[in-house]
Design a protein around this ligand. Structure first.
Ligand code: MG
Length: 160
């Protein structure tokens, strides 16, 4: 059995456009400013995608879904995650698990993290955990200008 770990990071600015929805971990969070991005700007999904791709040595999200391609404009990032899972499986890897840390001053992740975990685990077909921390009001994340997510993912392959 071969194992590979991968890591991903993503950051998005909060938008002043009231029509932008906040989507994180595939869950729409009502009553909060959305994030700026080409897709739905789901930083949790994007970090997890990059963790999976890097573990499989398949490049990163930008390689597969360039933000210059109108095909991916406004797309749900859960769809990108589905594509990434298919790419990883296509190389013969099984996904063991993933773990995400969200860095955000607002909104609080706690009320939504169970739903996010269920949503992402169902797509990935493996346990996905979400933890969160604030930045103690320091820096651009702490000032509420943006949020970020880090992720790790573990892949397994039988070499028999
Ligand atoms: Mg992103």
């Amino acid at each position: 059995m071969t194992m590979r770990i991968g890591h991903g990071f993503d950051l998005h600015r909060f938008s002043d456009d009231p029509s932008r929805l906040l989507v994180l971990g595939g869950v729409t969070i009502a009553g909060h400013r959305g994030l700026v991005g080409h897709s739905d700007a789901d930083a949790i999904c994007h970090a997890l995608c990059d963790a999976l791709l890097s573990a499989a040595q398949l490049g990163d999200l930008g390689t597969h879904f360039p933000d210059t391609d109108p095909k991916w404009s406004g797309v749900a990032s859960t769809l990108l995650l589905q594509e990434v899972v298919a790419l990883v499986h296509g190389e013969g890897w099984s996904i063991a698990n993933g773990a995400i840390t969200v860095l955000a001053e607002t909104p609080k992740m706690k009320p939504h993290s169970t739903e996010m975990q269920e949503r992402l685990s169902a797509i990935v077909g493996a346990p996905i955990s979400i933890s969160a921390t604030t930045m103690e009001r320091l820096g651009p994340i702490g000032e509420g200008l943006c949020l970020a997510a880090e992720a790790v993912a573990l892949l397994e392959k039988d070499l028999a």
